[in-house]
Ligand binder design. Structure first.
Ligand code: TPP
Length: 601
């Protein structure tokens, strides 16, 4: 990723000053900031005040364009800004005071970095006159976020504010999107100047190339024409590039099957015949078998994450790779690429589609892929007395609006939702994927609901994850944000307990958390709620939740301690290959094929 950090602004980012002094009345720095944000089209900010940022909050009270949402923890604000961005494709904005306020943003900033989410995090800073003196609530937030951001600014002159904000938004959303920090000392917020909003972009060191090379595209087309077992491996880059339509057109034209990463869910309809749903550690068995039997992998906006590849040296040993990515540093990072295409994946797909004809030589491959799909479906068993989470997710999918936006925490519930929800469109799936940050679900959903007040926004959370930002229930209540929360409450840190069962002889190393009654907690926040535990209660309770026109918490109690239902299956243990997939609780794919006499290694 092209990153630049400037604790003190680098020469090439010094504000472009107009020759003539601007006309107009003097404005405070805080008001210049608010106007600059309005000029970027900002309509919501998730911000928590303090001494070094209250000046900005005063400015925001005067804005007619910007809705200020007060989260109850800065981490909630940063995740909410991420949820806003993930559901719109626009830049999410969060705001915090200096010191502890700023440091509380870190996890949300890192989450945006890992999943390439456009985010601008604004922090108040101690006055520039005392910077570096360990002043009260001073923290070097530019330094602390250095490895997490795409760029950062410590504003040193009030005159720079319009330029800095314009650049920050441009950098956050262009090329490979990511987080940008803007740190503004309090005295600069309070100074006055006649501002110049007529700013131009002057970033000579940052000009991401978007145009794919025609020569490389031609090479890719040649390889695709010749391939007999091609597969598309699509990721979050398709979402960032708004390239889902182009992906669908390319698949329609070529007939090549598609598997997606967890961030790529929704870029291709998961119920389509050519969809192989999600691949990787908890992906569909057939997706992992297919990609490992492919002769050509067309990787689009992906980063060959270890949760996808498993043991790198064994990943897709028979395949050639085409890799399209806007970020040159991703190409050849984990896997040597045969045909690299650096550029905008939307453009690359258009160029390839224009020059492609339908593939006629992949009939046997599609037949084989179809067989695997039939043989290894994603499945679960029902239980007479207990609610089965996968079943609940499938039932909720039937009851929810088709364009509902889904948010999740991190753990088993997250993987079950990824497996059993049908995703048809991008920007409807909010999931801390690369960072895997528990606590994302509720505030992530909150941010999306602010962006889409009329849409259904549902958070399927784990009890452990929900507890990490449970204070945001108060925000939902006070701000009238009608997020629906389903807490899959197994009294455990389920995913870690699953690893304990599989790799540590079920010794519980602090993974039992106790069975809280989340309905009662929600009630105390003034949020409507219900607690259920019996299968027959499930559908009526889900209906009641969806019908309610305010925020809601449905506490779903189910037992963890039944191995035959308690684990997320299938599972490829970390750093293993698709042959080591546990296709059920006890058996690997290797064992299954050995027994059938069909194993070839
Ligand atoms: C902030 C944070 N801390 C720790 C972890 C490690 N971790 C991954 S999954 C998990 C358990 C999640 O439990 P819960 O939210 O109850 O969901 P479940 O797995 O039971 O569905 C933990 C502790 C994490 N991903 N994020």
């Amino acid at each position: 990723m092209a990153t630049k950090n400037a604790k003190f602004k680098s020469k090439n980012l010094v504000a472009v000053k107009n020759e003539k002094a601007p006309a107009g009345r003097p404005m405070k720095g805080r008001d210049i900031l608010v106007k600059a944000l309005e000029n970027e089209g900002v309509n919501a900010i998730f911000g928590y005040p303090g001494g070094a940022s209250m000046e900005i909050h005063q400015g925001l009270t005067l804005s007619k364009q910007i809705r200020m949402i007060l989260p109850r923890h800065e981490q909630g604000g940063a995740f909410a800004a991420g949820g806003y961005a993930r559901s719109t494709g626009k830049v999410g904005v969060c705001l915090a005071t200096s010191g502890p306020g700023a440091t509380n943003l870190l996890t949300g900033i890192m989450d945006a970095k890992m999943d390439s989410i456009p985010l601008v995090a604004i922090t108040g800073q101690v006055p520039s006159t005392v910077l570096g003196s360990d002043a009260f609530q001073e923290a070097d937030i530019v330094g602390a976020t250095f490895p997490m951001v795409k760029h950062s600014y410590l504003v040193q002159s009030i005159a720079d504010i319009p330029q800095v904000i314009h650049e920050a938004f441009h950098i956050a959303k262009s090329g490979r999107p990511g987080p940008v920090v803007v740190d503004i000392p309090k005295n600069i917020q309070q100074q006055e100047v006649v501002a110049n909003f007529n700013v131009k972009l002057e970033c000579p060191g940052y000009k991401p190339n978007v145009q794919p090379s025609v020569l490389q595209v031609k090479k890719a087309i040649h390889a695709i024409k010749g391939a007999r077992r091609p597969i598309i491996y699509a990721g979050g880059g398709i979402v960032s590039a708004h390239a889902s339509e182009e992906l669908r057109a390319f698949v329609k034209k070529t007939g090549i099957p598609v598997t997606t990463t967890i961030t790529g869910l929704g870029t291709y309809p998961s119920t389509d015949k050519l969809s192989l749903r999600m691949l990787g550690m908890h992906g569909a068995v057939y997706a992992n078998i297919a990609i490992n039997h492919a002769d050509l992998v067309i990787a689009l906006g992906v980063r060959f994450d270890d949760r996808v590849t498993g043991k790198l040296s064994e990943f897709c040993k028979e395949a050639k790779f085409i890799h399209v990515d806007i970020d040159a540093s991703e190409i050849n990072k984990n896997i040597p690429i045969d045909i690299p295409i650096q550029g905008d994946v939307k453009r690359a797909l258009k160029m390839m589609s224009e020059r492609m004809e339908p593939k006629k030589n992949i009939g046997p491959w599609l037949k084989q892929v179809g067989k695997w799909k039939k043989e290894f479906p994603l499945k679960y068993d029902l239980h007479k007395n207990d609610i089965v989470p996968q079943h609940l997710i499938s039932e909720l999918r039937k009851l929810a609006d088709k364009d509902a936006i889904m948010s999740v925490g991190v753990g088993q519930h997250q993987m079950w939702t990824a497996q059993f929800w049908d995703f048809n469109e991008p920007f409807r799936w909010l999931c801390s994927s690369g960072l895997g940050a528990m606590g994302f679900g509720l505030p992530g959903a909150m941010g999306a609901q602010v962006a889409h007040p009329k849409r259904q926004v549902i958070n399927i959370d784990g009890d452990g994850s929900f507890l990490m930002n449970i204070q945001e229930l108060q925000t939902l209540k006070v701000e009238k944000i009608p997020v629906k929360n389903v807490v899959l409450n197994n009294a455990h840190l389920g995913m870690v307990a699953q690893w304990e069962d599989r790799f540590y002889k079920s010794i519980r190393g602090h993974t039992f958390i106790g069975d809280a009654n989340f309905a009662e907690i929600a009630h105390a926040f003034g949020v409507k709620s219900e607690s259920i535990s019996k299968p027959k209660e499930m559908v009526p309770a889900l209906k009641r939740m969806l019908k309610h026109n305010g925020p809601y918490v449905l506490d779903v109690k189910y037992p963890y301690n039944d191995k035959s239902r308690g684990h997320v299956m299938p599972m490829i243990p970390a750093n293993h290959t698709y042959l080591d997939t546990f296709i059920d609780e006890k058996h690997t794919l290797r064992e299954y094929w050995e027994k059938q006499g069909t194993l070839e290694e």
